[in-house]
Design a protein around this ligand. Sequence first.
Ligand code: UD1
Length: 335
Amino acid sequence: MKNILITGGAGYIGSHTAVQLVEAGYNPIVIDDLSNSDERVLDRLKEILGKSLTFYKGDCGDRSLLDQIASEHVIDGVIHFAAFKAVGESTFQPLKYYRNNLGSLLTILDFMRDKQIKDLVFSSSCTVYGQPEILPVTEETPRQDAESPYGNTKKICEDIMMDFVKSQAGIRVISLRYFNPVGAHPSGKIGELPIGTPANLVPFVTQTAAGIREKLTVFGDDYDTEDGSCVRDFIHVMDLADAHVKALAYLGEQRDNFYDVFNVGTGNGNTVLEVITTFEKVNGVKVNYEIGGRRAGDIVKIWADTTKINSVLNWHPSYSLEDSLRDSWNWQKSL
Ligand code: UD1
């Protein structure tokens, strides 16, 4: 059984991927410093899987900890989720973001080369496309200047991995460019756990519906879109997790010094207002919202062309927006 080190494996996307890795016959080994996650996620994973996962509490940028893990397990591949991801915070504390997001990747790449671990799946983001001129975006769509230091770290990380692969380091890398992850495990046992006030749309919607937040503000309804609110491609976290499993299997068949990128989205765009009304409809609850001003730096509309991931990885999403919003609500209610 292959051991896959998952950095940030107690986090939102990492925890769902851990479940699917086990179901696909891998042994995930989780490293997480719990800076944006909760140790109880490990108990929930145990409930879902019927067994405990190997867990190391600590920073994936800590080389001595990585060495310790490698001395205790033969690592066959790495999925690197762990990163800071608050767009707004990154504009106030850019160095924190550069130090953490770039530093941990550098340490992991060094570690992989030294230990001859070949396969890496990296969490990138559609943020690398900036404000795209042509929609939907394909992997060939030019990347643009990032709108935030956070976004820039994703772009620079992609460049670092590309250069590292070109240097004949012997590793194989897939960068997955996530669109907007939503939803939760259908069991309601794991999901997104924002610490403090959520910055992302769907956690804000569920917390407002639950009465934790008084009201949701829709950031602008005067954009050039169907109903004036921004458009995103909302992808169920279970489908996103599955893309990692498929990427890992595909890497195993590739030559050394391989690098490629894939969009992971549904291929459909939905507006912010559609998300709210769909949420209300499928869950039979009201969301108290008001229209507010535009959020600085927001992308007006973006959704994925998924032709490449559909054909090359044979990955297809199986959850709808309705499923996503039902599962998000189910998760919120379980909290
Ligand atoms: C942002 C980043 C993305 C990053 C992700 C991680 C940009 C352009 N994108 O995604 O790279 O990976 O965060 O967290 O910075 N909205 C409201 N009211 C709210 C919250 C959100 O109307 O209270 C709207 C936003 O204006 C936006 C949409 O909902 O139009 C989605 O916002 P959000 O969930 O923050 O995701 P992105 O901005 O797409």
